[in-house]
Design a protein around this ligand. Structure first.
Ligand code: ACO
Length: 430
């Protein structure tokens, strides 16, 4: 097949041929890397149409509402798999056989403890610190404790760092919660599942026996699966950019956590719950829908809309079902669920939301589920960070494995001053 080319006509120059590169699915891309020679950069604030890398990990078709990890639909993974198997899949590119899975499972579960000195680091934080603030600090600090996995040119080191990050994130996260409420840290219990262990480290206290509720364990596992990866989102791109300079993996993941913290990214489920509480009853929904549509009002329907999905977010469908399962099991009759379901129904029939293709995203129901499970709001984004760690690490590894990997360095359209002459401060009169 002949290679297709795009032809670009620039003022006063000969036409430039730009190769069109085909992927296995999704939009083809125009290779503009030769444009610099012509004296031009491309301009795409927010990277709306820029492919920053080549990747074989996750595919999203936002118009059709499709999300695939290594080719497998997210709904199948959420239904039939478990989080650690999805981790293996994302990291290695294929599903494990039984032996490989058992080995992986055992490795992850045997890296769950953290260096005892790292536990002391927590004492340096204020008790009222946001757990995400603590996570940015302690995950970055892992690089001060695990020197034997910092050589990013060594494949073995990269692998060990990946295991350590996936294994230790629930421990660090639960510790950040325990620290905030003054309870003793609970050590990991390697006889439990990844999700069950996290629940135990969150909720167990030394004076009582803790039994993991299997419905909540499965719900937690699904939440982890649904948040495991989402191709080149803000935090993953942050991890890639940080990693492109050769920074160590723990520092790169700390950068990803910082990026995830923002309300337009990982903080949306907390913001959504606050919004549902503010709406409080079904009869107030029209007022909030009107506000969301008002151009002069900054209010947005949290948990609605997505940069990539212009159709149903397939994760939201799984999350809605999980929400009902958890509330049923706990026999909770949460009026917020009624508000959420009615809000979803009204918005999906409203011309504004239809025209702008705004659908509920994964965060719309996840806040209700997490709250029902007893997870405090400040931990919502932390749980997202636990789950997304495998995605970040997989992208980081993929980037380093690619031949010719270079430091990421975007260019800019400069609009500032030029050619100013410096005056000494005594001679300046502004
Ligand atoms: N409520 C009301 N209007 C909205 C919403 C919303 N939730 N989302 C987008 N719009 C409108 C915008 O006002 C804009 O209208 P205009 O064209 O008339 O100016 C149009 O839809 C496009 O919106 P953008 O902000 O340009 O879309 P973008 O792709 O940049 O933003 C985002 C996506 C940030 C997710 C946005 O939809 C939003 O703020 N949603 C609420 C926050 C949220 O739920 N975030 C979670 C994302 S999922 C995740 O990170 C796991």
């Amino acid at each position: 097949m002949t290679e297709q080319k795009a032809i670009l006509h620039l003022p006063g120059q000969e036409a430039i041929e730009l190769p069109i590169i085909k992927g296995t699915a999704g939009n083809d891309v125009i290779d503009i890397s030769s444009l610099g020679k012509a004296g031009y950069f491309t301009y795409d604030p927010g990277f709306l149409v820029t492919a920053s890398c080549e990747s074989a990990i996750t595919y999203i078709d936002g118009d059709k509402g499709i999300l695939l990890h290594r080719g497998y639909p997210i709904a199948q993974l959420a239904e039939k798999s478990d989080y650690l198997e999805v981790c293996y899949l994302l990291l290695n590119g294929r599903l494990p056989d039984k032996n490989e899975f058992d080995k992986f499972h055992s490795i992850v579960l045997h890296h769950t403890m953290i260096h005892e000195q790292l536990a002391k680091l927590y004492q340096g934080f204020r008790r009222d610190s946001h757990p995400m603030a603590i996570m940015v600090g302690v995950v970055g600090a892992l690089s001060a404790f695990y020197h034997d996995s910092l050589d990013i040119t060594n494949v073995k080191h990269r692998e060990v760092a990946a295991y350590r990050l996936i294994s230790k994130m629930p421990t660090l996260a639960a510790m950040s919660y325990k620290y905030s409420n003054g309870q003793p840290f609970v050590y990991p219990d390697n006889s439990l599942s990844y999700a069950g262990n996290f629940l135990k480290m969150m909720f167990a206290v030394p004076c009582e026996e803790y039994k993991v509720n299997p419905v909540l364990e499965r719900a937690m596992d699904k939440i982890f699966i649904l948040h495991a990866d989402h191709e080149q989102n803000a935090s993953t791109s942050t991890v890639r950019l940080a990693g492109s300079s050769g920074a160590n993996p723990f520092a790169c993941i700390a950068a990803g956590i910082a990026s995830l913290w923002g309300p337009a990214h990982g903080g949306a489920n907390e913001a959504c719950l606050v919004m549902l509480e503010e709406i409080a009853s079904v009869d107030r929904i029209p007022e909030f829908i009107a506000r969301a549509k008002d151009k002069d009002d900054p209010f947005r329907l949290m948990g609605f809309g997505h940069r990539v999905y212009k159709n149903h977010d397939p994760r939201a469908t799984v999350m809605r079902k999980t929400c009902h399962e958890v509330l049923n099991d706990l026999q909770i009759n949460d009026p917020l669920l009624d508000v959420a379901m009615e809000l979803e129904r009204i918005a999906l029939e409203d011309p504004y939301f239809i025209e702008k293709k705004l659908y509920p995203n994964v965060d719309f129901y996840s806040g209700i589920v997490l709250q029902a499970m007893g997870i405090p709001r400040s931990m919502f984004t932390v749980i997202f960070a636990i789950a997304r760690t495998v995605g970040w690490v997989s992208h980081w590894k993929e980037m380093l494995d690619q031949p010719g990997q270079r430091i990421g360095r975007p260019r800019q359209l400069y609009t500032g001053a030029v050619d100013l002459q410096f005056d000494h401060v005594d001679d300046r009169c502004n």
